[in-house]
Design a protein around this ligand. Structure first.
Ligand SMILES: *Cc1c(COP(=O)(O)O)cnc(C)c1O
Length: 400
């Protein structure tokens, strides 16, 4: 079938809630994908960092096949022989005490909102229905009604209300604003260590450390949404390590399955998850044996193949290379590990034009908001591959 036929089918029958580039991908391996016409591209988006381990990693694939042949779903009405092993492995890897498994990232966020509210009423002693959760402007935590209710992106919210109450929005990267927003009813601070969807916004050094100290002093739960920054993306297993802290609760998803399957988790260092009692929360597919087997393999290869270290090394090399590009329209080039962004001034007229050209050159990337291009290849990228990417990026992004 020809490329345009696939595009027509999507346009005719699909909801238009995305505006994809017209590349029809057929196959993927490592950092590379091939379209239906056989053209090869380097994937510098990695499905928003769900593919840290690269496309179709053979060991994760093998684990998925093996498990699919034996058992895929029990529901949590019964136990299975994969769940406890995944719990133990995640806890050892991330210094966690309790885990709650869900499917999508948004579900992990919803779950933590429920859990910290419960904790607020049962442990902190907040009066019922008064709990407040503090979040940051320009956040991205998912797409459910509750979550978009505390988004500051008009496109995400408009005409989807009414929304869930109980959230307070403060500027990102400002510890004083956080301190000032706390009331006796504050139960949690939900924040991304680096705001990915907002355009790789890196907060000032020490921000998370200060937030952690304030949380401890005020008896507020620090919840880090590491669904995008986690599992090696920023050059550490978790981005919190850059500031030498441990959040009370960490959310992971995306690369937790290496892109094979939706798996997310709430990782809790505090007593928060302990407040959830049987029947109060759940998910039919959450913690199913197929998901667990896939996740176990995805975490294993991340460590075994030193992808976290490679992310730090290749990320620094990539960033340095990008900084050599001369173009007065470029406002800032920033990144941590393999989470990198090139921001243009508005005078450039938006960066989607550059993305089209890069795709023509064989490099998949995406604009995030109007003026920023994000580069986030799988963490298995080599120096040679980075050189290949830099050559093409420089050709398109340098001043004419
Ligand atoms: C992608 C993302 C989510 C939502 O995950 P879904 O699996 O799409 O629901 C939440 N938080 C952050 C930081 C993300 O990047």
């Amino acid at each position: 079938m020809r490329k345009n036929r696939f595009i027509d089918l999507e346009e005719t029958y699909g909801a238009h809630n995305y505006e994809p580039f017209d590349v029809v991908i057929h196959r993927g391996q490592g950092i590379w994908v091939w379209d239906v016409e056989g053209n090869r591209y380097m994937d510098c988006l990695s499905a928003y960092s769900a593919l840290n381990q690269g496309h179709c990693h053979p060991k994760i694939m093998a684990a998925m096949f093996e498990q699919a042949k034996k058992l895929t779903l029990t529901s949590r009405a019964f136990r299975n022989d994969q769940l406890g092993l995944l719990y133990e492995e995640i806890c050892e890897m991330t210094h966690t005490h309790k885990v709650l498994l869900m499917n999508s990232g948004a579900e992990a966020v919803e779950s933590v909102i429920k859990a910290v509210r419960k904790w607020g009423y049962q442990v902190k002693g907040v009066l019922e229905d008064k709990a407040e959760i503090i979040v940051c402007s320009n956040n991205f935590h998912g797409r459910t009604i509750t979550i978009i209710g505390f988004s500051t992106d008009p496109t995400a919210r408009k005409e989807f209300g009414p929304f869930t109450p109980g959230f307070k929005i403060i500027p990102f990267g400002n510890a004083k604003a956080f301190q000032d927003a706390i009331t006796p009813n504050t139960v949690a601070f939900l924040v991304e260590p680096i705001q990915g969807e907002a355009g790789v916004n890196i907060p000032p050094d020490g921000y998370l450390k200060q937030a952690k100290e304030i949380c401890e002093k005020e008896n507020v739960v620090l919840v880090l949404d590491e669904i995008q920054t986690g599992l090696g993306r920023t050059g550490k297993l978790l981005a919190e390590e850059h500031e030498g802290i441990e959040a009370d609760i960490t959310l992971v998803g995306k690369a937790l399955s290496g892109g094979f399957y939706p798996v997310s988790a709430v990782l809790s260092n505090s007593e928060v998850l302990g407040t959830l009692k049987p029947g109060e929360h759940g998910s039919t597919f959450g913690g199913n044996p197929l998901a667990c087997a896939v996740s176990r393999a995805a975490l294993k290869v991340l460590l075994e193949e030193h992808m976290v270290e490679n992310s730090a090394e290749m990320g620094a090399y990539f960033l340095e290379g990008l900084k050599q590009i001369k173009n007065p329209l470029i406002k800032e080039i920033r990144g941590r590990g393999l989470m990198i962004a090139v921001e243009f001034y508005p005078e450039a007229g938006g960066v989607r034009q550059y993305c089209y050209k890069l795709i023509e050159e064989g490099l998949l990337c995406k604009d995030t908001h109007k003026d920023t291009i994000r580069f986030a290849p799988p963490l298995v990228i080599t120096r040679k591959d980075v050189d290949w990417a830099l050559e093409r990026i420089e050709k398109i992004l340098k001043a004419p």
